[in-house]
Design a protein around this ligand. Structure first.
Ligand code: FAD
Length: 449
């Protein structure tokens, strides 16, 4: 007779950097851990990450400077306590990765919004693969972790009895044009909301300025900001530069979107340092040594997510969230480049440790609604530049997360960071807070400290 497996102390949903960090932290501290992922760990945003992880490691740098840059990018919406934790813990998390076997390249990179060189990277622009690969290998060989790939969770009801950590990634793949793998559609947000958890800042989605424009299967392929940090320039169809390439992402993205023929010139870059990127461009039929490659913006990073405190606790007992599916408030209204893998390392570990001694999940939880594909509508009505008319149309979407994005987008009657309203083009002091959505309620503005 087959023996029923014992309920694990901790169940982690998601095998990206946040989920694997949480699993390793909990298991190292003595917990039995089950990690469930709907696809192979190689099909995550984490594995696709290119540029690197930010940490104040340079002789001229300090976590306080990293915090200052993060707060400036966040346009008055960052939760200062979360930013302090993120930046102070960063050097220790990088050292741990090295101890686990991640081989970082020599030297620190510079990306937009950083006042110092502080981005650690691996294999040029292969950082995600290097980190996620090592964490998955360590999880697989850990005696207290069971990693199951290919299992999609459609209700949290089946996970009762464990402490549950959601690390399901973001929702930028809901947009038609995206840099994300197709699975990044916000399952975790809907699962948590169905169990009673609050969501926040759903309207805040970052569009990356330089995704490949391509009709032959590579559309949306990310051309990392690290390339611009290393000298790549943006040219219009007349061959002229038109924007400071290292200005905040939202500024660069809108400038690129305004020019149908924008191209990224990689000729000034030491291209041998980015072997995987160059190989993909060659596969797509481009020779960046010869001519600039066509680019345009694509939905890239979900700032909004499941509301958590600094220990990754949601508003539901026994339910935790970390990584891109969570909203700690750390990114404010605009994520600083390379702070998101760092968020996964810092808050993933904190989730694992908090879940260890906390209550088990025991709430009622409805199943996910069958999915529909809202890509084209979202691109049209909640893209880089939004307005009341388009957002209003999305309130009738059959997709519950799209309705939430629209409600938050309508409530934020201002332009701040990644959220640009053509009908409210400036920041409003009255809206300097987080839009929190409790189940069945309209978004409400809350200040977070
Ligand atoms: C192309 C690209 C480049 C990037 N480059 C950088 C960079 O250089 N630096 C940086 O800091 N950030 C970068 N980012 C952002 C960063 O990679 C992500 O924010 C981060 O990796 C998210 O990690 P995560 O662990 O939260 O989620 P993910 O890595 O997306 O993992 C989500 C996991 O959840 C699983 N899952 C989802 N739903 C379910 C379900 N219903 N049931 C079971 N499992 C489920 C998935 O299978 C997956 O295992 C980049 C993103 C992209 C797309």
């Amino acid at each position: 007779m087959r023996q029923k497996r014992q309920t694990p102390d901790v169940t982690v949903v998601g095998a990206g950097v946040a989920g694997l960090s949480a699993a390793l932290a909990a298991a190292d501290a003595g917990a039995s851990v089950l990690v469930l992922a709907k696809a192979s760990h190689t099909s995550s945003n984490s594995y696709a990450a290119q540029g690197g992880v930010a940490a104040a490691l340079g002789a001229d740098d300090d976590p306080a400077l990293h915090a200052r840059d993060t707060l400036a990018a966040g346009r008055g919406l960052c939760r200062p306590s979360a930013v302090r934790l993120l930046t102070e813990e960063a050097p220790a998390r990088i050292a741990e990765l090295q101890d686990l076997g991640v081989a970082f390249d020599d030297g620190l990179g510079r990306e937009g919004g950083h006042s110092r060189d502080r981005v650690v990277h691996a294999g040029g622009a292969d950082t995600g693969r290097a980190i996620a690969g090592v964490l998955a290998a360590r999880a697989r060989e850990h005696s207290r972790i069971r990693l199951v790939e290919g299992e999609r969770i459609t209700t949290l009801a089946t996970l009762r009895g464990s402490a549950v950590i959601l690390a399901t990634g973001g929702y930028a793949a809901l947009w038609a044009r995206t840099t994300n793998p197709r699975g990044a559609v916000g399952d975790g947000l809907l699962l948590a909301h169905a169990a009673g958890a609050a969501l926040a800042d759903l309207e805040l989605v970052q569009f990356h300025p330089t995704a490949l424009r391509d009709d032959n299967g590579h559309d949306g392929f990310l051309l990392s900001e690290a390339l611009r940090g290393a000298g790549a320039t943006l040219l219009d169809d007349g061959g002229e530069r038109f924007v400071d390439e290292l200005a905040p992402r939202d500024v660069v993205a809108r400038a690129v979107a305004a020019r149908a023929g924008a191209r990224l010139d990689l000729r000034p870059v030491e291209r041998d340092r980015y072997p995987t990127l160059m190989a993909t461009l060659a596969e797509a039929g481009y020779d960046p040594a010869d001519e600039p490659v066509p680019v345009s913006p694509a939905a890239h990073y979900a700032i909004g997510g499941i509301v958590t405190n600094l220990d990754a606790r949601t508003s539901v007992s026994g339910l935790y969230a970390a990584g891109e599916c969570a909203c700690t408030g750390v990114h404010g209204a605009n994520r600083l480049a390379s702070n998101s893998l760092l968020e996964c390392l810092v808050f993933g570990r904190r989730a694992g440790l908090a879940a260890l001694g906390g209550p088990r999940f025991d709430a009622e939880a409805a199943p996910l609604d069958p999915a529909c594909d809202p890509g084209a509508e979202l691109w049209r009505d909640a893209g880089l530049i939004r307005g009341a008319q388009g957002l209003g149309r999305l309130l009738d979407s059959p997709h519950p997360l799209v309705r939430g994005i629209a409600a938050c987008g309508l409530a934020r009657e201002e332009s701040r960071g990644v959220h640009f309203r053509e009908d409210f083009p400036v920041e409003s002091d009255a809206l300097a807070g987080h839009l929190v959505v409790q189940p069945g309620r309209e978004p409400e503005l809350e200040p977070w400290s």
